[in-house]
Write a protein that binds this ligand. Structure first.
Ligand code: ASP
Length: 347
């Protein structure tokens, strides 16, 4: 069966090759087959397009996410799958954002990148690209096996909105702390069928609106309330993600409580995620978490910070507020959050 994959190069380390003089030069992605000849396969058509100019992923923003989502939508019927080549620095944010923007997705959108340029002998980019393309073109029973936004990196395929960049050094730079891999590439690519996401909505719909007037504040011992106060003084602030301790704890502090309650009353959406990369927020577990719950802070469960931030941007972009916003943030929209039993032991 013939398959077609669209490879979209946004920028990042993966897109450089060694010149004859020994230096590194950006790869011309229309020539990708020349640099990675293994991409030329019977029954597989690859088309490559590139951001013009390609960007370091530190420069990525909402406009680029919209550009990617629109590009995938406009070429959706022509291709069996999509591979997005992206710098690793903000790859987890883009994967999370795209998962919320691409509602009703039933084709694979596989993001990957590399720690070493594709033109270097020890590169991880070649394997990452080839496996991402293979996954993007894999079907079972005439339907794509992956029907969600995923990240392939270091021999594992992860749900995009569960990923986090954990290393600036390792070839296993990307992790998925709260969900096992969707697939692992060994001699064969083994898919974990039980956890693959299927969107109940059948038609692809791009939800472009993302609210940028949000903030993120990690707590640390000895932190002055002045920081929170200054953030909340922003009159246009729509939402705030708090990164709290352990299972969602914050200091017992009357001023902090007053600031958060007042912000909640004025309609700022407050979301609580854990600073720990593994585990979840349990608002009922410790007295130090009850305060946040009582101020109306929405528990973010086991969402990554990247997922919580982009989901809040998405939900506020849908103009949700009050209980609708609270419910949407706690609902599993694209596999980004594990449903926990609402009653856990209070210690
Ligand atoms: N700074 C680069 C980027 O994120 C690093 C990489 O390509 O992995 O675009």
């Amino acid at each position: 069966m013939d398959r077609a994959v669209l490879v979209i190069y946004t920028g990042g380390t993966i897109g450089s090759v060694q010149t004859v003089a020994g230096g590194l030069a950006p790869l011309d992605f229309s020539e990708i087959h020349r640099h990675v000849p293994e991409l030329v396969q019977d029954h597989l058509t690859i088309e490559a397009v590139s951001f013009e100019p390609p960007i370091d992923s530190s420069n990525i923003g909402v406009a680029h996410w919209v550009e990617l989502a629109r590009l995938i939508q406009s070429r959706y019927d022509e291709f069996d799958g999509f591979v997005v080549l992206h710098g690793t620095d903000t790859l987890a944010y883009t994967a999370s954002a795209l998962s919320f923007m691409l509602e009703g997705l039933h084709k694979p959108v596989i993001l990957t990148g590399s720690q070493l340029p594709i033109g270097l002998p020890r590169t991880d980019g070649r394997e990452n690209l080839l496996s991402a393309v293979e996954i993007a073109s894999t079907q079972r029973l005439e339907a794509p096996i992956i029907q969600e936004v995923a990240v392939y990196f270091g021999s594992s395929l992860y749900r995009g909105n569960r990923t986090h960049k954990a290393s600036a050094e390792s070839m296993q730079a990307i992790i998925s702390p709260n969900l096992p891999p969707l697939a692992e590439a060994g001699v064969d690519i083994q898919f974990n069928a039980a956890i693959l996401f299927r969107d109940p909505l059948m038609q692809l719909k791009v939800q472009e609106a993302m609210e940028s007037r949000i903030a993120w504040l990690p707590l640390f011992p000895g932190q002055s309330n002045e920081i929170l106060k200054r953030i909340l003084d922003w009159p246009n602030l729509s939402g705030l993600v708090l990164s709290t301790y352990g299972s969602g704890n914050a200091p017992t502090n009357a001023e902090l409580k007053a600031l958060l309650s007042e912000a909640n009353k004025r309609g700022v959406s407050l979301v609580n995620v854990s600073q720990c990369s593994h585990g979840a927020v349990h608002p009922e577990r410790y007295a130090t978490a009850h305060m946040l719950r009582d101020c109306g802070v929405i528990p973010g469960g086991d969402m990554t910070t990247e997922a919580a931030i982009t989901k809040l941007m998405h939900c506020l972009g849908q103009e949700l507020d009050g209980d609708d916003l609270r419910n949407a943030m706690r609902t599993n929209l694209r596999g980004e959050i594990t449903k926990f039993s609402p009653v856990a032991p209070v210690r």
